[in-house]
Design a protein around this ligand. Structure first.
Ligand SMILES: Nc1ncnc2c1ncn2[C@@H]1O[C@H](COP(=O)(O)OP(=O)(O)OP(=O)(O)O)[C@@H](O)[C@H]1O
Ligand SMILES: [Mg+2]
Length: 179
């Protein structure tokens, strides 16, 4: 049950609040949802989930999308940064796999975790990122808000994951014609 799952705060981005659900999942709430009807599904959340599915099903390296869940952040939620305007009601969130790793921006520019990362490794991670973006373009999806800050590198798998595809637009032409 959702209520028994441990929820911990991960980050506040410009568009969303990100929480970890248990060990394996992440929930992303859109900030604007607080102004909408609580039980409604946020449009951006829905769009990001749809895009996540499209990318995942077409072989792009993104966290596995699980769906949209109504989640309540209770006041005892660990490490909670209470989203402005939120109350202890259920809000829709885009639920996806939790990706263990380091944000590529930090790795490549040595802001935090990347301090001791060899140059070759940074170049390698950037190449993987660029290759993944090319694959997205091949699907006729226009990626917005591009940047190494919207990607996570998992060292063990030696794999990068693209995150944050809010605002990306699905191709209007049928799939058979695009691929
Ligand atoms: N699936 C995930 N697994 C692990 N961490 C994640 C995941 N999704 C997001 N995060 C963490 O949350 C941060 C913000 O996520 P995201 O970029 O999706 O939010 P945002 O509000 O759109 O951010 P911004 O607009 O500032 O780029 C990421 O930088 C990353 O640290
Ligand atoms: Mg982001």
């Amino acid at each position: 049950m959702i209520s028994e799952r441990q929820i911990t705060f991960i980050a506040e981005g410009s568009d969303g609040f990100i929480y970890r659900l248990g060990k394996d999942k992440v929930a992303k709430f859109e900030k604007t949802i607080a102004r909408e009807i609580p039980s409604s599904t946020g449009k951006k959340t829905k769009r990001e989930y749809r895009m996540g599915r499209f990318l995942y099903e077409n072989g792009i390296s993104v966290p596995r999308p699980h769906g949209i869940e109504l989640i309540t952040l209770s006041s005892d939620t660990q490490g909670v940064t209470w989203p402005r305007g939120f109350s202890s009601r259920a809000y829709p969130a885009f639920v996806m796999d939790y990706i263990e790793g380091v944000v590529l921006d930090d790795l490549v520019f040595s802001i935090n975790a990347g301090t001791n990362t060899p140059w070759q490794e940074r170049k390698h991670a950037r190449k993987m990122y660029n290759r993944e973006i090319e694959k997205v373009r091949d699907l006729f999806v226009a990626p917005l808000d591009l940047g190494l800050h919207n990607s996570i590198w998992n060292r063990e798998e030696d794999r990068i994951y693209l995150i944050d595809f809010q605002g990306w637009i699905l191709p209007r032409i049928p799939k058979e014609q695009t691929l």
